[in-house]
Design a protein around this ligand. Structure first.
Ligand SMILES: Nc1ncnc2c1ncn2[C@@H]1O[C@H](COP(=O)(O)OP(=O)(O)O)[C@@H](O)[C@H]1O
Ligand SMILES: [Mg+2]
Length: 337
């Protein structure tokens, strides 16, 4: 628009200059009388203003069309609805089973192909594999952010399709690489995990997440405003507020999707300690890029191109000398250990 408008103004102004100059010359040489000359000068704005109107109209029309398209997009979005006869989940133990799960985002290519695994209550299940393999997709299927194209996911032996979305998500805590913080106080941001919690409970979860001491060192303590998306906090601090949130929510199931991959080594160690505390007694699915995080998992699955290509615990997979073995060498070289 900048280029367009400056060119536009330049052309209309040049137009004025040309009419004045050429008209002046004609007047001088007697080819034009003064009355005609004046009429021309007066006519310029009459000529230019409809052009301007047309340009403004086109611009406004374009804005209107894009605005309308956005509006239609929102109106067309299908609301998430519970299946008919969906029931609230009662007490959840946290046993998870994926049975031959296929999933695609746009009906053309399958992102997950026949994924099956089982996680016992309280165990840690690690997903490793190269980027784009489908690890995040697996994590997103459990809280039903996307629907399966075939197969089923069982929670305590029941298909999660038959549970209400709100009760299902109530039982799952997620820590991702990027923690979303609202432009509000630290306390509000932690309370987001469980809005009915008391102040004592908020402080307790901040302590568990290892962020309490930092918070009280701030001038306004728990009432400190974190700024848009938490700009006033470092990555590690944001991550620990995200962890405090999940402590407060206290779900039986936990999903950690590359929770520490955006942090430097020192911060990662600190956050890792809080995460380990968080995992205790919960069924955990962890996606990690560091071997040290994965090593202690009860079961490890290597995901490549939508398939689980290898599965077992660390020692089993190492002695197999397969994909995991090669991957772990790569992980070591990254200076992770
Ligand atoms: N929202 C989405 N829409 C369409 N395709 C997606 C979406 N999210 C991920 N994908 C595709 O699905 C595949 C698996 O992605 P993802 O599960 O994020 O992999 P990972 O977490 O293992 O790196 C990739 O090929 C990716 O391009
Ligand atoms: Mg991912």
């Amino acid at each position: 628009m900048g280029h367009f408008h400056s060119a536009n103004v330049f052309i209309t102004d040049i137009f004025n200059v040309i009419v004045l100059l050429v008209g002046g010359l004609f007047l001088y040489s007697g080819k034009l009388n003064f009355g005609d000359y004046s009429a021309f000068i007066v006519a310029i704005p009459v000529f230019i203003s409809p052009i301007m109107t047309l340009i403004h109209f086109t611009e406004q029309f374009q804005n209107g069309v894009t605005g309308f398209e956005r509006f239609i997009e929102i109106m067309d979005a299908e609301p998430e609805v519970d299946e008919e006869n969906a029931k609230d989940l009662e007490k959840v133990d946290g046993e998870i089973e994926f049975k031959n799960v296929n999933c695609s985002y746009n009906d053309t290519t399958e992102v997950l192909k026949g994924v099956s695994f089982k996680i016992k209550k309280g165990e840690t299940f690690a997903l490793v594999g190269s980027s784009g393999g489908g690890k995040t997709t697996i994590c997103h299927l459990l809280p039903r952010f996307y629907e399966l194209s075939s197969g089923e996911i069982l929670l305590d032996g029941q298909n999660i399709k038959n549970a209400t979305l709100s009760s299902l998500r109530q039982n799952i805590g997620i820590v991702q690489q990027d923690v979303f913080l609202f432009n509000s106080s630290i306390k509000d941001n932690i309370l987001y995990g469980n809005p009915t919690a008391t102040d004592e409970e908020v402080i307790l979860s901040a302590k568990s997440a290892g962020i309490h001491d930092y918070i009280i060192s701030l001038e306004n303590g728990y009432d400190t405003i974190v700024g848009e998306r938490g700009v006033k906090l470092s990555g590690g601090q944001k991550q620990r507020i995200g962890i405090a949130r999940v402590f407060l929510k206290n779900p039986p199931i936990l999903i950690l999707d590359e929770a520490t991959s955006a942090l430097d080594n020192v911060t990662e160690k600190i956050v890792q300690a809080s995460l380990e505390k968080l995992c205790k007694g919960r069924t955990t699915i962890v996606v990690a890029h560091r071997l040290s995080t994965v090593k202690n998992a009860d079961e490890i699955a290597v995901v490549e191109n939508g398939f689980i290509v290898e599965q077992g615990n660390h020692d089993e997979l190492m002695s197999k000398q397969g994909v995991y073995y090669r991957l772990s060498e790569g992980l070591n070289i990254d200076g992770a250990e």
